[in-house]
Design a protein around this ligand. Structure first.
Ligand code: COI
Length: 359
């Protein structure tokens, strides 16, 4: 048995796992499904039995009725996680307890059954272990993991689904924004639409938060921007987040990022960068950040599991463009924070708080 096959849980082998090793061009990974991993995990919740143990099976369609709650009323949340090789050859995931915690909070916000932390983390580990051939060699990228929880059971009147599916699929990925991980991105401040409002579900990783942004995002892309930055719905004054990531501004040794007040996503990378920046001697403030202050900042960067840390090259607001970076080079603090985080994730630096978990 090859090393990766030995890692595969018995349930995968029992399913008759006859896959051959994937043929992946590790040097041209993008952020997509081209190299989707061979197996996925699914578990089912019913009122009578609660969560079943779940199992691994080949990646493929999942049966659902047209009346599935999620297809009609959108009862769904998701997570983003990554598995990668460390420099000493371990496959690791990053702070899975934090994703489990956010997944549980999201389930409660959308009236869905909570997936217990142990089941969540074990399921993630089993998907990684059974798809080890899809984890890129060190330095080439990562295997992105997508846990989803949804009301898959049928219902007609508005109410919670009678049954639920928790699944995890995975794919080998490279950098999220095209141009490569360290190429600065150009952002534009959205002046018509808002992403979330106080009392809404902006702080939940609900599937429904990620489709209303498409109209603005596609429009921004048409005009040459990578993505948009949203302002707060109440006063149109303060930064909220980008469609796919959190945002930080830098002035001297002070770093600011919008506070978690229910309208922005409590990012695991956001939280890690705040902690790492403080350790490195920066003053980090979670305070409302006026867009006008961002336009005066030395640097701006975004954080997220998919984007990691991305330096913002320019920000455009009301027709004015502020350029932060020169010659396609990332900002110094953005690069410093990117390096600090990824050095821990890849085992190049000490991991004092046990953020990295071996699979
Ligand atoms: C992630 O960063 O993992 C996310 O889930 C964001 C998504 C829009 C790609």
């Amino acid at each position: 048995l090859s090393h990766s096959l030995r890692l595969r849980p018995l349930s995968a082998l029992a399913q008759g796992d006859r896959r051959t090793k994937p043929n992946i061009d590790w040097d041209s990974l993008g952020f997509g499904l081209k190299d989707v991993a061979g197996s996925m995990y699914t578990a089912t919740w019913t009122e009578e039995k609660g969560w079943d143990a779940g199992s691994l099976q080949p990646y493929g369609p999942i049966p659902m009725m047209p009346s599935a709650q999620v297809l009609n009323y959108g009862q769904a949340i998701f997570e983003g996680m990554k598995a990668q090789y460390t420099v000493d050859g371990r496959i690791v995931i990053f702070r899975p307890d934090k994703n489990a915690e956010r997944f549980a909070a999201g389930a409660q916000r959308l009236s869905m059954p909570v997936v217990p932390e142990a089941q969540f983390v074990n399921a993630v580990k089993s998907v990684v272990a059974s798809n080890a051939d899809w984890v890129p060699p060190q330095g080439k990228g990562s295997m992105y993991l997508r846990p989803v929880l949804m009301g898959s059971g049928p219902i007609l009147g508005l109410g919670p689904a009678p049954s639920y599916t928790f699944l995890i699929y995975a794919a080998a990925v490279g950098s999220y924004f095209k141009g490569g991980q360290l190429t600065p991105i150009d952002l534009i401040v959205e002046e018509h639409f808002h992403r979330a409002a106080p009392g809404g579900m902006g702080g939940t990783k609900a599937a429904g938060n990620y489709s209303p942004v498409l109209v603005t995002q596609l429009n921004a892309k048409k005009n040459g921007y990578s993505d948009v930055v949203y302002l707060d719905a109440k006063s149109d004054t303060y930064l909220e987040e980008v469609s796919s990531c959190n945002i930080f501004i830098v002035k001297g040794k002070t770093i600011k990022t919008p506070p978690l007040q229910g309208t922005i996503l409590p990012g695991v990378t956001r939280r890690s960068i705040i902690e790492l920046a403080r350790l490195r001697g920066y003053t980090v403030e979670e305070v409302p950040v006026p867009v006008t202050e961002a336009m005066e900042a030395d640097e701006v960067f975004t954080t997220g599991t998919a984007v990691v840390v991305s330096s913002v090259g320019s920000l455009t607001y009301q027709g004015n463009k502020k350029q932060y970076t020169q010659n396609g080079q990332p900002g110094n603090v953005s690069l410093e924070m990117y390096t600090a985080l990824t050095d821990i994730q890849t085992g190049k630096a000490a991991d004092p708080a046990d953020w990295v978990v071996k699979v």
